[in-house]
Design a protein around this ligand. Structure first.
Ligand code: EPZ
Length: 419
């Protein structure tokens, strides 16, 4: 296992380009199962989770080809030889449950491991299963696996108890080939759901209400392969914004989905971060001392839970206090004890974390616990005096393409070494 070593205190400067969105690429890769043939997916990020998902789809007979460094990911779903997502893979990446909807729609069957919990919470999929049963899928839970079987899926009207992102995605994908019309109420509004819906439309699906909480899908008999450009990663963009801000740097963030970042940009503005934003570019400049602001994570368009840890790192050096409330996951404060090891002053009570700004942080060895928590430790390490060592960096590899290279290009003194 590697570790990342950062000599903090460098003001970042220069330009960074945001990669494709992991949470759009994963459901879109799953959706290729719906349309037998060769798909060309552009702007797929080079991430561990993408590599893991390629393994899952590969087990089903899907073939891949990479057309050059910046070329598309070529996905050939002409022949399926299996329809199982095994525990060994799903336990490392719960997003693998996204094969459920497409497999029952195309192959009329699927055997997918229940994801089990993960570091940040129980992560149930009851809404996925409830919706699939409404579409005519017979679901059996057997020794930790979901066994799904269906003759022809039929349309249904489904109201989700929670606006689940992958739940909305699974049901939308399954409904594209169902007989009749499906309406999903209380659908997730995250931009990655809309990106998937646009991809499905490009395959020939008939979808109305994209980007709204009521999505209507008119089933069709078949879908055709396509080429598609995946949206940029708003969480990666927010992460670099926090890194630039905490170091008092002057950084241009290119290829950022600014229109989908309003809640995040508003909070950075309230905290006193100086930046300007156009359609796809955010320019950060050094400013005055930061001010502690309160943040509450909410489903989109609210402040995203996936930016909570990164924003908390920024607040550790703000003037005054900041109350950060996590409403989406039940255990998403594991970065707190690690940030406190760097000299932060954060106390947790239930789903609230109170951050009292300090004048500086001091480098120390810390441990990454989940994907976004590890990003918050990098952000804090960039500002902390002396050396910060971050262990278990495989968490970072799941969601950040070329992180060390991108930060090195911005002047950070950061390297990756065997632990
Ligand atoms: C997606 O996870 C993202 N992952 C997560 O990003 C993100 O944090 C999350 O949405 C919230 O925005 C992908 O898109 C691959 P949910 P997902 O289902 O779909 C409850 C990252 O860092 N729930 O919207 O699993 C659930 O317990 C990852 O990239 C049910 O109760 O999240 C949670 O409290 C982390 N029953 C809430 O809904 C269900 O059937 C939101 O979960 C499904 C979910």
């Amino acid at each position: 296992m590697d570790k990342i070593v950062i000599e903090g205190g460098v003001e970042l400067s220069g330009e960074v380009t945001i990669s494709g969105a992991k949470n759009a690429a994963l459901p879109i890769m799953a959706a290729t199962l719906l349309a037998p043939g060769v798909h060309y997916l552009h702007h797929v990020p080079r991430l561990a989770d993408i590599r893991t998902f390629r393994k899952v789809l590969g087990l089903m007979g899907v073939q891949f080809e990479e057309a050059g460094l910046d070329g598309p990911l070529v996905v050939d779903t002409s022949r399926l030889t299996g329809w199982m997502a095994p525990y060994e893979v799903v336990k490392t990446m719960r997003a693998a449950v996204l094969v459920l909807g497409p497999l029952v729609a195309r192959a009329r069957q699927a055997t997918v491991s229940l994801p089990g919990g993960c570091a940040i919470g129980a992560r149930p999929i009851d809404q996925h299963l409830k919706g699939l049963e409404a579409l005519g899928v017979k679901i059996t839970l057997n020794q930790g696996y979901v066994e799904a079987k269906a003759r022809r899926l039929h349309g249904a009207e489904i109201t989700l108890d929670v606006p689940t992102v992958t739940g909305t995605e699974n049901l939308m994908m399954a409904a594209t080939l169902a007989e009749g019309t499906t309406i999903i109420h209380n659908a997730a509004l995250e931009p990655e759901v809309a990106d998937l819906a646009r991809f499905l439309t490009a395959l020939g699906a008939k979808i109305e209400g994209i980007g709204t909480e009521t999505i209507t899908i008119h089933g069709v008999n078949a879908l055709r392969p396509t080429a598609y450009h995946i949206m940029s990663d708003r969480i990666e963009a927010g992460t670099y914004l926090a890194a630039a801000a905490i170091t008092g740097g002057r950084v241009t963030i290119n290829n950022a989905p600014v229109a989908q970042m309003s809640a995040v940009l508003e909070k950075f503005h309230e905290a006193g971060v100086r930046f300007s934003a156009t359609d796809h570019t955010i320019r950060v400049e050094p400013g005055d001392a930061l001010t502690g602001v309160d943040v509450k994570t909410l489903p989109y368009p609210g402040f995203p839970t996936d930016m909570q840890a990164q924003f908390m790192a920024l607040m550790t050096l703000a003037q005054g206090a900041s109350v950060i409330t996590e409403t989406i996951f039940e255990n998403r404060f594991m970065h707190v004890p690690e940030l406190n090891r760097l000299g932060a002053d954060i106390s947790v009570s239930g789903n609230h974390a109170v951050v009292r700004g300090r004048r500086h942080l001091l480098g120390a060895p810390v441990m990454a616990t989940d994907l976004r928590a590890s990003a918050s430790l990098v952000i804090a390490g960039l500002a902390a005096k002396n050396t910060t060592e971050i262990h278990r960096v495989y968490h970072l590899d799941r969601g950040y393409a070329h992180l060390v290279e991108k930060l090195t290009a911005l002047g950070a003194r950061i390297r990756r070494v065997p632990a």
